[in-house]
Design a binder for this molecule. Structure first.
Ligand SMILES: [Zn+2]
Length: 406
């Protein structure tokens, strides 16, 4: 009942907003996404953008949303999420031949998008699936609730192709509307993570993408695969379970982004083992490899924390079962990865925005930025689990949820 009343409040507020186009939000604590904290501040939103942040009591306009002791911060960004992955109604990982119709699949993806938005993630990057394109466009049109989606569409993974063919695939993705290029440069962790693409193949893909103005996200576990990607001038490396200091220092020197995972992706697979087991490389060997990878991944994360100037971005690799739980990865980064809560928050806001090439558009609470604003219960700089208690979500000036305190 209470939920219905609050939904009504949101609807009413949105109708007001449609007339006035100005929304005023006040909270006791505001994190700007760049490491700054304001106390007792008001954010003024006009249309889709933040126009003013007001900390002087006298000039403060009356708030449309009085958030009290909640902490307000930029909408979170997940640099690696697979919204198209879901469990079918038989309780198994969806595969192309499980009998689900394209309509059922896209509805599942839309559900994942909504769940992710309500968890405070207002932007995700998907590396990637062809069906992301329509999902991205429908959300962008305002017809569906969900995070802003950037997608690679179909990843480039065939190491048997020539450098010329791979270059052509990069151009094809660009034509198809990809926002970035996703490349598999090593095997899955379930198959040992060894390098697959050669230096020449990586140079061809990352070089062609750069020439077309597209970023490159490279799946790489072995240090060799990571080093080849770094040498090839790729933009960002995903996973890196076998990262060495040498390759991490090299990535830092080149200004590359690193997106290692600490816990959620592994624990989600293990928690949902019965739903994955028996499909592709989700077999006994694959699960054993993932269990062995957990301490290695956490050690690689801690090592990355010690490399000066290495840009460690927040990405969960959320797959079926993990959507909406994205912030659990933050807890692992603090507790097992020894990253400070403020650094984790920056990695999922302003730094993630920079990694997406949107550093001047999203990821900060500052005038001129898109009004992607969330509020959480508690102080996430003291207790990172506060980011799992999202009570307010605004994306591009539109309020999607206002929930009561639990
Ligand atoms: Zn992934």
């Amino acid at each position: 009942m209470r939920r219905f009343i609050l939904a009504g409040v949101v609807f009413f507020a949105q109708s007001l907003f449609a007339q006035a186009a100005v929304t005023v939000i006040h909270a006791d604590r505001i994190l700007d996404g760049r490491g700054g904290m304001l106390r007792n501040a008001t954010v003024v939103v006009e249309g889709s953008k933040i126009v003013r942040i007001d900390t002087t009591r006298a000039r403060r306009p009356a708030a449309d949303y009085e958030l009290g002791t909640l902490t307000l911060l930029p909408g979170l960004i997940d640099a690696h999420s697979h919204l198209a992955w879901y469990f079918n109604r038989a309780g198994r990982l969806h595969t192309d031949d499980d009998g689900d119709t394209p309509a059922q699949s896209i509805l599942s993806a839309a559900g994942n998008a909504y769940t992710t938005l309500l968890a405070g993630f207002t932007t995700v990057q998907s590396p990637g699936s062809p069906e992301d394109k329509d999902l991205r466009d429908w959300i962008a049109s305002g017809a569906l609730p969900g995070p802003r989606v950037l997608t690679s569409l179909e990843p480039l993974s065939d190491a048997k192709l020539s450098p010329d063919s791979l270059r052509q695939l990069v151009r094809d993705r660009k034509k198809e509307g990809a926002d970035l290029i996703k490349i598999f440069a090593s095997k899955s962790i379930r198959e040992g993570g060894a390098a697959t693409m050669s230096a020449e193949q990586l140079a061809a893909m990352c070089g062609e993408a750069k020439a077309l103005g597209l970023r490159t996200l490279v799946h790489a576990h072995s240090a060799e695969a990571m080093q080849r990607s770094s040498n090839a001038g790729c933009t960002q490396i995903e996973h890196g379970v076998f990262a060495t200091d040498t390759v991490l220092v090299d990535m830092a020197r080149r200004g590359m982004f690193f997106d290692p995972q600490c816990g959620l992706v592994f624990h989600n697979y293990l928690d949902n083992r019965a739903k994955y087991e028996g499909i592709g490389n989700y077999n006994a060997e694959g699960f054993a490899a993932m269990e062995r990878a957990i301490p290695l991944a956490q050690a690689a994360f801690r090592r990355a924390m010690l490399i000066p100037n290495l840009k460690v971005v927040f990405g969960t690799d959320a797959v079926a079962g993990a959507h909406g739980r994205n912030a659990e990865e933050m807890e692992c980064r603090v507790k097992q990865g020894r990253q400070s809560p403020m650094k984790v928050i920056i990695s999922a806001t302003s730094l993630a925005a920079e990694a997406l090439g949107m550093g001047k558009v999203i990821g900060s609470i500052a005038p001129g930025y898109e009004a992607d604003i969330i509020a959480v219960e508690g102080d996430p700089t003291a207790d990172i689990t506060a980011l799992q208690r999202v009570r307010f979500v605004m994306k591009a000036g539109r309020v999607y949820t206002v929930l009561p305190r639990k």
